[in-house]
Design a protein around this ligand. Structure first.
Ligand code: ADP
Length: 315
């Protein structure tokens, strides 16, 4: 997505640390801003994502996330910390560098392709077929398992925070983005931090777990609830609360949701997925293997092959 030229921190042609050069859309005189967002619920920061090339390394294309030094809430430091710890994991972007000056903080990482929100919106009927939804779902589940394994919760699991790779080697792999709302749930000793009695709402209303709506401390199962809502939306093309802005009203709808209606025509394993999440509280470790086995059962029962094209790969 290209955005307006307002509020841009970086200019086309600008080179950061003699290495990363901001590129323009071909023939046009403005920056290739992948995303520009002024503020977000709970985050309140300024995030801009640019495309650049690495002039010291064969002009490899990279993504640069920039945050103004004046941003009220500085989240890039957290993003850098999480991305560094995730290095070597399958669903993490490569970390290339970071830094700051008096105007902005920046993070340079590998450039990925389209995010899953855009891919779903571009799909006919705004939904994915079962094969695409379940294979993407399995990858997201493993991405969530990876971030939990380093002691962090993501807390903003949603389709626009997952992108497909863009090179021939990476285009069928899902990458997890945006650790601006991440929170450590383990302390230095590897123990679960004690939950705060009240926590401000974090995340995105459409995909947030009921725990977040209630301003309670989020746990590992809450990232998985967001995955559950994503899977439901991928398959049904929409969630019943899609048009409702009021956070409390959406929270109430989720709490009272009739899973039979929500999951109408979906495989029974998704009921079992939600049933497992319902058993979990803040300190509990989700049974990732069980959740994975449920999604794998859908793959098997429907003769889905990992080699078959994703929806967006079909001519
Ligand atoms: P913000 O914190 O401002 O929401 P995100 O990190 O969520 O920023 O990124 C916003 C969008 O920018 C994503 O939905 C994705 O489309 C795009 N994006 C972010 N990081 C990358 C990347 N490494 N490669 C390609 N696109 C990216």
């Amino acid at each position: 997505m290209t955005s307006s030229s307002e509020g841009e921190i970086l200019q086309v042609g600008q080179v950061i640390r003699e290495r990363w050069k901001i590129v323009s859309l071909s023939g046009e005189n403005y920056c290739r801003i992948i995303s520009f967002q002024k503020a977000k619920i709970g985050g309140g920061g300024f995030g801009e994502i640019y495309e650049a090339t690495d002039v010291q390394n064969h002009h490899e294309r990279v993504a640069i996330k920039v945050e103004s030094s004046k941003a009220t809430k500085q989240v890039l430091k957290m993003e850098v910390a999480v991305l560094r710890r995730l290095q070597g994991k399958k669903h993490a972007c490569k970390f290339y560098g970071c830094g700051r000056n008096d105007k902005f903080n920046y993070l340079v990482m590998s450039l990925q392709g389209k995010n899953l929100a855009d891919l779903r919106r571009e799909a006919p009927k705004q939904c994915f077929n079962l094969s695409t939804a379940v294979r993407v779902g399995l990858q997201i589940l493993n991405g969530i398992r990876e971030i939990h394994s380093i002691g962090f919760l993501h807390r903003d699991v949603k389709p626009s925070n997952f992108a497909m790779g863009r090179t021939s080697q990476t285009m069928r792999n899902v990458y997890m983005l945006d650790f601006g709302l991440a929170r450590q749930y383990l302390n230095a000793k590897g123990e679960i931090r004690s939950p705060r009695s009240a926590a401000g709402f974090r995340g995105t209303v459409r995909y947030a777990a009921v725990t977040a709506h209630k301003n309670k401390e989020m746990g590992r199962q809450d990232d998985l609830w967001s995955l559950f809502y994503m899977l439901t939306e991928f398959l049904q093309g929409q969630l019943p609360w899609r048009k409702i802005k009021d956070k409390d009203e959406v929270g109430k709808m989720k709490e009272e949701a009739d899973l039979n209606a929500l999951l109408d025509d979906c495989p029974n394993e998704l009921h079992l997925f939600a049933a497992h999440l319902k058993t979990l509280g803040y300190a509990d470790t989700p049974d990732y293997n069980y959740l994975e086995s449920l999604l794998n059962k859908i793959v098997k029962d429907n003769d889905i092959s990992w080699e078959e094209p994703y929806d967006w790969e079909l001519g």
